[in-house]
Design a protein. Structure first.
Ligand SMILES: Nc1ncnc2c1ncn2[C@@H]1O[C@H](COP(=O)(O)OP(=O)(O)OP(=O)(O)O)[C@@H](O)[C@H]1O
Length: 201
């Protein structure tokens, strides 16, 4: 259970971002297309060169090899990468209950990755990320490819896991209604920084 802290983080047009996300807290991040949301998540995940630092509790990003950091501070990008031919090869055990909770066919574990729809891929990428037991989550538009029912199902599944596992979470979202449903706090990218927004009830 640790806080995720961004200290003077700068990448691309974003200058000196300071932010603390508490254990189990969901911070939504919005901003115009191209304003730098995905790049900011990639910097936090130590995938792109940046200045400033990120801490998870007492652990500094700069003291940990990138792959180990990303095992703890897990990015689920808008488009996930798949390395093996079948879905099941990406999991260490069958996530039967998770598949059901996410509205996926129980047999999806045995499917070739090539047959997945974009919405199935997105839900399986979330299942895969949580199965790896991260300590913090970075979600880049995790419901972008989903219909309304699946969106609400995934929101509720994520919220439960984030609370239970006390994961500090940054969730990139475009829609105000989604932000109102899931966020504890909301920041919007303005000029070269982030500005906290009032939460609507
Ligand atoms: N590796 C890179 N080097 C330089 N510029 C980049 C790099 N990756 C992305 N950009 C640029 O940085 C800007 C921000 O990109 P980013 O993908 O973070 O936007 P975004 O806010 O996530 O947008 P969207 O809502 O459309 O997904 C864009 O102008 C993009 O072209």
């Amino acid at each position: 259970m640790a806080t995720l802290t961004l200290k003077s983080l700068a990448i691309g047009g974003l200058k000196s971002i300071d932010l603390q996300v508490a254990a189990g807290e969901i911070v939504c991040l919005s901003g115009a297309s191209g304003s730098g949301k995905s790049r900011l998540l990639r910097a936090i995940a130590d995938l792109d060169r940046h200045s400033g630092n990120v801490h998870l509790g007492d652990t500094s990003q700069s003291d940990v090899p990138g792959h180990s950091w990303r095992g703890m501070v897990m990015l689920v990008p808008a488009e996930s990468a798949w390395w093996y031919d079948t879905v099941g090869e990406h999991f260490s055990e069958h996530p039967e209950e998770t598949l059901q909770q996410l509205g996926l066919d129980a047999d999806a574990f045995n499917w070739p990755v090539a047959r997945l729809s974009s919405g199935e891929k997105q839900r399986l990428a979330l299942a895969r990320a949580l199965a790896r037991k991260p300590a913090a989550l970075l979600l880049d538009e995790p419901t972008a490819n989903l219909d309304k029912d699946s969106t609400e199902r995934v929101e509720s599944w994520l919220r439960d896991r984030i609370r239970q596992q006390q994961l500090p979470t940054i969730w990139v979202a475009h829609h105000e209604d989604q932000i109102a449903r899931v966020a504890d706090r909301h920041f919007h990218i303005v000029d070269n920084g982030i500005e906290e927004q009032e939460m609507t009830a």
